[in-house]
Design a protein around this ligand. Structure first.
Ligand SMILES: [Zn+2]
Length: 138
């Protein structure tokens, strides 16, 4: 993560994605309580690779973060994994990572956010590796 100077408020699109992940793919009981903090988060770090991952100001940034949401969503460039980490009652990181071969330069659509387990099972096959199961190739 590259530090952002000065810090900036979380953007509207970042808020929407973070809320969708916390609402639809919670991983800890704290997730629902954290929803009310989303709008006031300050972005202090941003990944330079273009993935969109950001970190937030926190009173306790160096304690062990807890994963509070684990989701999958779709961008124009393919599937994107989303992990939200928190320390105590503070969201500290929104991590985005590409699941397809292409870099995830497109911002995921909040409406496509779903729990990791559901999304992974339903993920369409991106690349055919051979005959489909259930019969020989035509
Ligand atoms: Zn990155």
């Amino acid at each position: 993560m590259k530090s952002i100077e000065p810090n900036r408020p979380i953007s509207v699109q970042e808020q929407a994605l973070l809320r969708a992940a916390l609402e639809r793919a919670p991983r800890a009981p704290e997730a629902s309580a954290l929803l009310s903090t989303v709008g006031s988060l300050q972005v202090v770090g941003q990944c330079e690779c273009g993935c969109g991952s950001i970190s937030f100001a926190s009173v306790a940034p160096h304690q062990h973060p807890l994963i509070v949401a684990d989701a999958i969503a779709e961008s124009a460039h393919g599937s994107v994994g989303i992990i939200v980490r928190a320390v105590l009652s503070h969201i500290v990181e929104l991590e985005l990572y590409a699941l397809s071969a292409e870099p995830s330069e497109g911002w995921p659509t909040p409406g496509s956010v779903r729990p990791w387990e559901a999304g992974h099972a339903a993920q369409p096959t991106l690349q055919a590796d051979g005959p489909a199961s259930g019969g020989p190739a035509a």
